[in-house]
Design a protein around this ligand. Structure first.
Ligand SMILES: Nc1ncnc2c1ncn2[C@@H]1O[C@H](COP(=O)(O)OP(=O)(O)O)[C@@H](O)[C@H]1O
Ligand SMILES: [Mg+2]
Length: 396
């Protein structure tokens, strides 16, 4: 019987004390946010870290005040037992599943268990190469694994390196620069056209991305870059703001047979009146609540065929340029001329199993007629074919 490892980071148990947020300027009190609830389209917990608290409190009008904060960013993208169990159940159709939590014992367990293949969903812990750790250890021991290799995972976790590669291959992405320290801001962005959008270089799940990141003037820019440098202790990407529609595109497959699943469009009219058309921190964490889910996704996106084809080809070119394998999700937005630009590439896509959680990759798969189980199994079989691992179905 084939032995299939599943490598994951399990999110710690929720705290007993709920994390509360107060929407002070609106004069209303938000429901307490529980750590084990998931935002749409990614698997981050509703954990407000100390850094995010700073980001939220940093709203110019003090709009949002987070009352109590605990936990660490490190866990924000880790998976819940519900997601890990759903993936393990799907993998069980092809053999015995061995749970390999990505703790300090992972290398030794991998060496002794020696599964035939590892399904990698570990977001990793610590540093800008965190997503590359598990695949690198698998390579070290010669164990085949699903998804992108360590190089691609690290590249995609660096928003500027991603854009350098996209630019080299002629894939449209907004003009940009990177600032490492506050002193460097003034002399390195003269050729960029306002408005500009800024973000921490190594984060995901919209950490550090609030409405304040859209900068109309050099004064806005200087202030927000300083704030992000200080709060996130990492370089800041400054790029031209894309004013057009936004999409996220799930890709499944390799080489010539890689295909884009039905495109997910963002309907920014679903955001509160006056909100900027940005899928950032507020949209993912404050305005999307279990009692009032944000109906922001539209799949398949209602767009003309010609635009759909252009978005698909841009997405596939980004996927190939970055060396993605088996699956990835590509964020795309239109520029002022309506040309699709790539914002970022996610080679470890969010895969929440519950349709109510609005996770984009499983949502696109469902629209394509691919169930959650079939999606996970397709990723596994693609990886197996690529690496010459023989798989046989042992149950329906
Ligand atoms: N250059 C840009 N122009 C317009 N909006 C942007 C730009 N970059 C990011 N955004 C907005 O911010 C959101 C989050 O940015 P993204 O780079 O995808 O970060 P994350 O890793 O947190 O998903 C995007 O979904 C988009 O709405
Ligand atoms: Mg994104």
């Amino acid at each position: 019987m084939t032995r299939i490892g599943i490598a994951f980071n399990l999110k710690p148990e929720p705290l007993t004390t709920p994390i509360g947020a107060t929407l002070a300027s609106a004069g209303e009190t938000a429901d307490p946010i529980q750590r084990d609830e998931e935002p749409p389209s990614n698997e981050a917990a509703r954990v407000l870290s100390t850094r995010e608290r700073s980001a939220v409190i940093g709203q110019p009008d003090g709009a949002v005040l987070v009352e109590e904060v605990s936990a660490d960013d490190e866990f924000a993208e880790w998976d819940t037992a519900e997601t890990i169990d759903a993936v393990a159940d799907a993998l069980g159709a092809y053999g015995t599943v061995i749970q390999l939590e990505a703790t300090a014992e992972f290398p030794e367990r991998l060496r002794t268990e020696r599964p035939d293949i590892v399904f990698n969903m570990a977001e990793g812990s610590g540093g800008k190469n965190r997503e590359a750790h598990v695949p690198a250890i698998c390579e070290f021991f010669g164990v085949p694994y699903t998804g992108s290799d360590p190089l691609t995972l690290s590249l995609c976790l660096d928003k500027s390196r991603t854009k350098e590669i996209l630019s080299h291959y002629g894939v449209a992405t907004p003009s940009f620069t990177v600032v490492e320290s506050a002193d460097a801001v003034t002399d390195r962005w003269p050729s960029l056209r306002y408005p500009l959008f800024v973000k921490p270089i190594h984060e995901g799940s919209s950490k550090g991305i609030t409405e304040r990141n859209l900068c109309q003037t050099p004064a806005d820019l200087g202030a927000q870059v300083d704030f992000l440098l200080e709060t996130y202790a990492q370089a800041v990407l400054i790029e031209e703001y894309l004013p057009g529609a936004e999409f996220t595109c799930a890709v499944l497959g390799n080489g010539q047979t890689a295909r884009v699943l039905p495109i997910v469009g963002m309907d920014f009219d679903a955001l509160p009146d006056g909100a900027l058309p940005v899928y950032g921190f507020e949209a993912k964490w404050l305005w999307d609540r279990p009692d009032a889910p944000l109906r922001i996704f539209d799949c398949p996106a209602a767009i003309p065929d010609s635009l759909r084809r252009t978005i698909e080809s841009t997405t596939l070119r980004a996927y190939q340029a970055l060396g993605c394998r088996d699956w990835s999700r590509v964020d795309v937005r239109l520029d002022a001329a309506g040309v699709p630009n790539v914002i970022e590439v996610n080679p470890l896509p969010g895969i929440l199993p519950n349709p109510a959680d609005n996770s984009c990759f499983p949502k696109a798969a469902r629209v394509a007629g691919i169930s959650y189980q079939a999606l996970i199994q397709t990723c596994l079989t693609l990886a197996a074919e690529r690496q010459g691992v023989r798989l046989r179905r042992v149950r329906a």
